[in-house]
Write a protein that binds this ligand. Structure first.
Ligand SMILES: [Zn+2]
Length: 222
């Protein structure tokens, strides 16, 4: 059964995505959400159409110049556009002895063999990351819990398979969880394994347990 996506990015975030003003890692999470969410695809099309209308209402001379530039950009971008359209199909990723369909937007990050780090019921594989941002796949086996934590920066989690639960609800395939330093939560799985994409702009800060036990956790997530 297809899960109806319930948790979407805020409109501002979609607008910033369309304007290409988001950090690449955040754009990636939004692009992967769009692959899974017809609702946001429609909003994106409307926003793009609005941007087109705004262009049409520019003074004639200015519009002509901008349109000319856009046409040039369009022509030069063609091979890329075609390549992107061919990539829209989800692809199968082999994870923990099962095959999981992953949004096309993530494909460029998955060309190498993934290296998984495991701790308890949680496994992570880093896809990309520099000093400021970290992009990982997070595989949480059924009946497992990520210890309670808060966020030093932004945490964006996109559910790719299964369900995750925290203090604010249940999240299924395509749902986006956005947490800030104001949020403390304890994500957990119930009867099925869960695969997520996780984007962090700063390490997580664990709230419970012994420091010596939490250090490896920090390492696991960032
Ligand atoms: Zn959406």
């Amino acid at each position: 059964m297809i899960h109806a996506v319930k948790h979407h990015p805020a409109l501002e975030l979609l607008e910033q995505y369309i304007e290409a003003s988001l950090a690449p890692e955040l754009s990636l999470a939004i692009a992967a959400h769009l692959d899974l969410c017809p609702h946001c695809q429609r909003i994106k099309m409307d926003l793009e159409a609005e941007a087109g209308t705004a262009l049409a209402s520019l003074p004639e001379e200015q519009a002509a110049e901008t349109e000319w530039q856009q046409m040039l950009d369009f022509i030069t971008a063609q091979p890329e556009v075609v390549a992107q359209m061919q990539q829209r199909q989800p692809f199968a990723l082999q994870i923990q002895n099962s095959e999981i369909l992953v949004p096309a937007s993530l494909k460029p990050l998955l060309h190498n063999k993934l290296k998984w780090l495991n701790l308890g019921g949680i496994s992570t594989a880093k896809l990309a990351g520099e000093d400021q941002h970290n992009v990982s796949l997070l595989y949480i086996r059924k009946d497992s819990e990520v210890p309670q934590h808060t966020h030093l920066g932004l945490e964006i989690t996109l559910v790719l398979k299964g369900k995750i639960y925290d203090e604010s609800g249940c999240y299924g395939e395509g749902d986006l969880l956005i947490n800030t330093p104001d949020h403390t939560h304890t994500p957990r799985t119930m009867s099925e394994d869960c695969l997520c994409l996780s984007v962090l702009t700063a390490p997580l800060k664990f709230k419970k347990g012994l420091t010596r036990l939490l250090n490896p956790l920090q390492h696991l997530f960032y």
